[in-house]
Structure formats: structure tokens, C-alpha cells
Write a protein that binds this ligand. Structure first.
Ligand code: ADP
Ligand code: MG
Length: 237
């Protein structure tokens, strides 16, 4: 407790929005399944990082989130763990196919890191994760997506390519994460992001993470998030 609050002081976490759920202190507070708790223990994650303490209960409650924080604060688990819970909570979905969780990241390296983190926790419940980014054979990716997955982690350009090739549809998607949104904009992915978001049902849960909030990112956030909670960690420009 003591060191979490010390950390918070030094990083100045601010949370704003209506009816914001209280932060958790431990992973036990999150109500995760025994399987997921085991997977967390295996990572030697003793307790949630400060941003995870704030974000986990908010994301688990189904709210949209704008997370503004620099790298290294543990953002990945704060959207990956609730994504597993979200997927486990879905009813049987009949004949519909395609991912339920969709994560977009600016580069293949970042997409790959998120993919690895998601796989560690998805395994606990037999959830399938696919990575979709440039530099891998399109045909192999097409085949993998055709075989089915519940989570796709992708760079925006290659995801659009795969949608055009009908390797997957967004019909089942209800949980969308835009990670490092400012970098995706810097790399010119705004049209691809807008196209992807436009294909996902509007009653989805949407999470947007960014180190900075330039006007264009703020504008997108206003357009695509519903009643978001804003979590700001540290001094951010
Ligand atoms: P960010 O996306 O904010 O840059 P990451 O999600 O990549 O941060 O996490 C940074 C590092 O911290 C990773 O190596 C990750 O495995 C580790 N990490 C995340 N959550 C915890 C935790 N609760 N306890 C210990 N280490 C953690
Ligand atoms: Mg990150």
C-alpha cells in the first residue's frame, strides 16, 4: 500500500469521468478466474502496477478508457486481462466468426509484444490469439485467420489487407484497443484506423492508449469513445 501511494505521488495519476469504479490493490480484488490467477502468478506479477490498479476495475466494468501514459507503466496487462474476461463472458455466438478482441498497434514489434503478452493469459482459457502484421507471409496469415481466433493483434495496414482478402470479419468484435494511438497517427494510419473502427459495432468497448494527446488523437477519441474515463499518468505533453 505504502509504496503504491508513493509511486502514485511521484507519477501523479489523475482519473476523470463520471461514476468511476474504485481502484484495486491486488489482483485478487479483480475477481479473476482461478486459471487466470495462476497465469498471473506464473508471470511473477505480485501486484498490479499503479496504472493497472486504476485501469483494471474500470475496464472490467465495461467502460471506455483513454489511457495517457508513457511506456513501461504496464498498460498491456491492463487491457489484456479484462479482454480475456470479456471474451469468457460472451454467450455462444452461433455461426458468427472472427475475433472478439481487436488490438491495433503502430509497429510489428509492438504488435508482437502484445501478442506474446496476450498469449500468456489467453492460454489459461483456451482462447486463440493471432498476430497480423507486415513482414509475414500474407498467405500464412490468411490461413491462420481462417482457422479462427478470438483475439487479433495487428498493425492497421495489414489488418485492412486481411479484411479485404476476407480472411476475417469484424462481425463478432466487441472489444477494441488502440495502443500507442499517437504513434499510429504519426505513421499515417488514421484512415486505416477509422476504417477498422467503422466496421466494429458501435456498442463495443473501446480503449485508447497514447503517450501524448495531440488534437487529432483527441478528436478521434471524442468521436469513437462513449462516456470514457480518462486516466493520466505523470506529466504528459
Ligand atoms: P507499457 O505498455 O505501459 O509500456 P508494458 O505493458 O509493456 O508497459 O509493461 C512493461 C513491463 O512491465 C513488461 O515487461 C511487463 O511484463 C511488466 N509488468 C506488467 N505488469 C506488471 C506487474 N503487475 N508486475 C510486474 N511486472 C509487470
Ligand atoms: Mg505498451
Amino acid at each position: 500500500d505504502q509504496d503504491v501511494s508513493e509511486y502514485k505521488k511521484s507519477l501523479a495519476i489523475r482519473v476523470s469521468g463520471f461514476d468511476v469504479p474504485r481502484p484495486v490493490r491486488t489482483f485478487e480484488d479483480c475477481g479473476f478466474s482461478a486459471e487466470l490467477m495462476k497465469a498471473i502468478a506464473k508471470q511473477a506479477y505480485e501486484k498490479p502496477t499503479p496504472i493497472q490498479c486504476q485501469a483494471l476495475p474500470i475496464v472490467l466494468s465495461g467502460r471506455d478508457v483513454i489511457g495517457i501514459a508513457k511506456t513501461g507503466s504496464g498498460k498491456t496487462a491492463s487491457f489484456v486481462l479484462p479482454m480475456i474476461v470479456h471474451i469468457m463472458d460472451q454467450p455462444e455466438l452461433g455461426k458468427e466468426e472472427g475475433p472478439i478482441g481487436v488490438v491495433c498497434a503502430p509497429t510489428r514489434e509492438l504488435a508482437h509484444q502484445i501478442y506474446l503478452e496476450a498469449k500468456k493469459f489467453a492460454k489459461a482459457h483456451g482462447i486463440r490469439v493471432s498476430a497480423v502484421y507486415g513482414g509475414m507471409s500474407k498467405l500464412d496469415q490468411f490461413k491462420e485467420l481462417k482457422a479462427g481466433c478470438e483475439i487479433v493483434v495487428a498493425t492497421p495496414g495489414r489488418l485492412i489487407d486481411m479484411i479485404k482478402m476476407k480472411a476475417l470479419t469484424m462481425l463478432r468484435a466487441t472489444y477494441l484497443v488502440l495502443d500507442e494511438a499517437d504513434r499510429m497517427f504519426d505513421l499515417g494510419f488514421e484512415p486505416q484506423i477509422r476504417s477498422i473502427v467503422g466496421q466494429i459495432r458501435p456498442d463495443r468497448q473501446t480503449l485508447l492508449f497514447s503517450a501524448t494527446m495531440p488534437h487529432k488523437v483527441e478528436k478521434l477519441a471524442r468521436e469513437i469513445l462513449t462516456d470514457p474515463v480518462r486516466i493520466t499518468v505523470g506529466e504528459v505533453g
